[in-house]
Ligand binder design. Structure first.
Ligand code: PMP
Length: 452
């Protein structure tokens, strides 16, 4: 039974005391007060299937009892403790997290948010290489601190103030909307395991984008090259954008050859979400120099991290890098427990199994719907791009998208929204969802599409 402030009272407090552009997704904002596994409950007790999991934040399920117990126990023993002392949990956690990464990435910095992690990654890239310029992809999202706002490429999140210097964008290798997208392998037959069916040599789009990137490096940074490039393994906020096969591998090789570092932003794609691998970058067959992580790492707790090599970390010993809350005993026990739950509840395998089933069911929906232009993703990181015309791929009108989206909510399914035109349904549920939840989602989406 909910006993807190009324909806009206919360609306009033928002108006007077909170950030005036705090996004509330729905026209009548959804007010939730309880979560359990893959479900959220509103003030009246109505249950929703949370297929957005707070944007990949809730990885192992809402209010997981093992996390609550671990936090309780830790808070009773030792709560906050600055890292100027030894305390056991940060050590246990760092060792466990490092064991999940490639051997060369053994040094972990703990921070509190994805933006902070990317901010630190910028510093690491610049200190290590002695260079300044950083490249990221159009349509990317890497955070909202002053520096990461310049790294991010989405007008919705960019204020009209002078942006931090030294950040450049390269063309987004979007296989659905990009200029060379037509020849991408994903146009080929969909396989049951969602693997690519093309032969590398035929993947023209990837090569075209890579040529373009290499030319850009040559002409834009002839003297000094770049400090590094940032890439999400699959773009999240940008609308679940996947890149052509081998494109990232080519970019990685190019950047390394020019003396820069490769930074993988695993804030959304890490921790088993993509199913095939624990980290999204593994699908691109690369080993980045720096990996940033947040969201799913703490199942909703403010925890984030940066992993890098001993050599890169050495470059940050010229001054002291300090973070008051980073890796405190409570966040460390949360992170450690999340890793144990992912392993013991086989959540990566579940992402693969349920995610693949969901992708294939959505693909069937696409065949029969005039408005489903593209279904893409990997594991439980899925995007459904809604269009008004399949031939031109023009985005579905915003009013229609909103109607469909709100109708899904009304029927009990929470979906995310993203993409530059806000016309991509983002499906990123807690990794504990079942096949039945996936089927229910498709059924609801089908009904909502029919209602259009
Ligand atoms: N990187 C990516 C890929 C993200 O999706 C986000 C958040 N949407 C961030 C970084 C920033 O994380 P935070 O909001 O925790 O600062």
């Amino acid at each position: 039974q909910y006993k807190g402030p009324s909806f009206k009272k919360m609306a009033d407090i928002r108006k007077s005391c909170l950030n005036p552009v705090l996004t509330t997704y729905y026209s009548k904002p959804l007010a939730v007060h309880q979560g359990h596994k893959q479900w959220l409950f509103d003030l009246d007790g109505k249950r929703y299937l949370d297929m957005f999991g707070g944007i990949c934040t809730v990885s192992v399920g809402h209010s997981h009892p093992r996390i609550s117990e671990a936090v309780n126990e830790q808070i009773r023993t030792l709560g906050h403790c600055s890292n100027v002392y030894y305390h056991p949990k940060i050590h246990e956690y760092a060792e466990k997290l490092a064991s999940k990464l490639p051997d060369k990435l053994k040094v972990i910095y703990f921070v509190n948010s994805g933006s902070e992690a990317n901010d630190l990654a910028v510093l690491l890239a610049r200190s290590f290489t002695g260079k300044h310029n950083i490249v990221s992809f159009q349509n990317c999202y890497h955070g909202m601190t002053y520096q990461t706002m310049a790294l991010t490429s989405n007008g919705y999140y960019k204020y009209p103030v002078m942006q931090n210097p030294g950040f450049f964008k390269t063309m987004n290798p979007d296989v659905y909307k990009g200029i060379w997208g037509g020849s991408h392998c994903r146009e080929g037959p969909v396989q049951a395991d969602r693997s690519c069916s093309c032969k590398i040599a035929e993947c023209e789009a990837g090569q075209n984008y890579l040529n373009q990137f290499q030319e850009e490096l040559k002409y834009e940074f002839p003297a000094n090259g770049i400090a590094g490039i940032f890439a999400e393994s699959i773009q999240g906020v940008g609308g679940v954008v996947q890149y052509p096969t081998n494109y990232i591998k080519g970019v990685y090789a190019t950047v390394k050859a020019s003396g820069g570092v490769f930074v993988s932003d695993e804030v959304q794609t890490g921790f088993g979400r993509t199913g095939d691998h624990f980290w999204g970058f593994e699908s691109h067959d690369i080993e980045p120099d720096i990996v940033t992580m947040a969201k799913g790492i703490g199942n909703g707790f403010p925890l984030a991290a940066v992993a890098t090599t001993a050599e890169v970390a050495q470059s940050l010993t010229k001054a002291t890098h300090f973070n008051t809350f980073g890796g405190n005993p409570i966040s460390s026990i949360v992170g450690l427990t999340v890793l144990n739950i992912i392993e013991e509840e086989n959540l990566q395998e579940n992402s693969k199994k349920v995610g693949t089933h969901l992708l294939l069911e959505l693909e069937k929906l696409k065949e029969h719907s005039a408005n489903v232009g593209d279904v893409r993703g990997q594991g439980l990181m899925i995007g459904v791009e809604l269009v008004s015309d399949k031939a031109t791929r023009a985005p579905l009108e915003s009013s229609k998208f909103m109607t469909l989206w709100e109708n899904c909510l009304e029927m009990g399914v929470i979906l995310g929204k993203g993409g530059l035109h806000g016309n991509v349904l983002r499906i990123k549920p807690p990794m504990c969802i079942t096949k039945e939840d996936a089927d229910f989602t498709v059924e609801v989406l089908q009904l909502a599409l029919n209602q259009l």
